[in-house]
Every structure is written in C-alpha cells, then in structure tokens.
Write a protein that binds this ligand. Structure first.
Ligand SMILES: Cc1cc2nc3c(=O)[nH]c(=O)nc-3n(C[C@H](O)[C@H](O)[C@H](O)COP(=O)(O)O)c2cc1C
Length: 192
C-alpha cells in the first residue's frame, strides 16, 4: 500500500510541491506509506527513440539514469500524484521527459508491444498556473487525461490550482480546505 508524489516543477518548494505534499500528508495520516520525488533532484535523460526497451521481448529502458528509480517506484505503488506547473500553456519539459520515458515500461496502446495492464496505477494530476481562469487550459488538461488513459493509468482526479502569481497555493485557504476534505485524499484502504 503506497502513494507516491512526483513533482515536475523545477521549484522544490513551489506551488506544485506544496499541493502534492499536502495530499501526501493527508494520506500519511491514514497510516499509508508515502514517497515523494522532485524531478529537479534527478538526472533523467530524454527518450532516445532507440527502441532498445522492446528488443528481445522487452526488458525495459536501456538508459541507465535516475528514471530507473522511478520505474521501480511505479511498479510498487497504487496511487501516483503527478504535478506540474503550466509552462507556456503546457506541462514542464521535466514532465514531458518523464512521460516519454514511460514508453519503455508501459508499452502504450499504439505500440505493437502493447499488453493490457491488470493493475493500473491510479493517477491524480495536479496543475498549478499563474492565470486566474480555471478554464484557460481545460482543453489541454482533458487531452492529457486521455493521454494518460492511453498509457494505462486510471485517472481519478485533475486538480487545477489557479492564480498562483497573486496568491501562492499555500495561501489559498479554500484550496487547503478542499484538499483536506476531498474524498480521494482521505484515501481509505478499500479505495486503493
Ligand atoms: C517559464 C514559465 C512559463 C509559465 N507559463 C505560464 C502559462 O502559460 N500560463 C500560466 O497561467 N502560468 C504560467 N506560468 C506560471 C506558473 O505556472 C505558476 O507560477 C505555477 O504555479 C508555478 O508553479 P511552481 O511554484 O510549482 O513552480 C509560467 C511560469 C514560468 C516560470
């Protein structure tokens, strides 16, 4: 029983990290094991497109870097909280690099090596943005939801934190209440 948080912001103490850590804290209070990672602490190279991961039946990514640690984390977790700030209307480069590297492990539906996973990792997506309008990037977030479903994640929730330029996430009282009260975060054993 484990819940992990991946922060794809370069800022280890920024808005995205705060939201992820708040969720993890709540989960930890229920006695569930947690683990968190900042991509900015890790050396993760972009996918080289060598397809070495699918050679001879597929033995995983051949790049020996810190992504290997995240592959192992994903193997042993029930819930992933993945957070990224919006950069130029999209996810950060760190988030995209991570997602491309999932090609090796997850063998997505468009791959000839696709095998349906029995135990899908439940995914909570966290986006933070300076723009105060919650609908501003909604189409993009919905698109990402579908992309993650294609990658065999069970997308449970998309949390969008807005207006962080004028009010940081940790100053947003309503957000704090919402994170504490959301069913998904008071994760009960029968839910994960
Ligand atoms: C390079 C860069 C690009 C950004 N692009 C956008 C954007 O397109 N839309 C937006 O609303 N906020 C944008 N922002 C603001 C961040 O999304 C916002 O401050 C976010 O909460 C930062 O999260 P963090 O503190 O976890 O790093 C950008 C910030 C940076 C540094």
């Amino acid at each position: 029983m484990k819940v992990i948080g991946f922060n794809a912001s370069p800022r280890k103490n920024g808005n995205t990290a705060w939201v992820i850590n708040k969720i993890l804290e709540n989960v930890h209070e229920k006695g569930i094991e947690i683990q968190s990672w900042n991509f900015s602490d890790l050396n993760i190279k972009p996918c080289q497109g060598c397809l070495g991961c699918h050679k001879d039946g597929g033995h995983g990514c051949v790049i020996n870097d810190d992504m290997q640690k995240l592959y192992r984390e994903l193997e042993s977790t029930e819930v992933l909280i993945l957070g990224t700030p919006v950069y130029m209307g999209q996810m950060t480069a760190q988030a995209k690099t991570f997602i491309d590297r999932l090609f090796a492990q997850i063998s997505p539906r468009f791959s000839p090596y696709y095998k349906e996973k029995k135990n899908k990792v439940k995914l909570i997506l966290v986006f933070t943005q300076g723009n105060p309008d919650p609908c501003k990037f909604q189409v993009y977030f919905e698109y990402l939801k579908q992309m993650f479903q294609l990658l065999e994640f069970d997308v449970k929730e998309i949390i969008v934190v807005t207006g962080t330029r004028t009010e940081a996430a940790n100053e947003q009282k309503e957000l704090q209440k919402k994170l504490e009260n959301m069913d998904l975060f008071t994760v009960r054993r029968d839910q994960i």
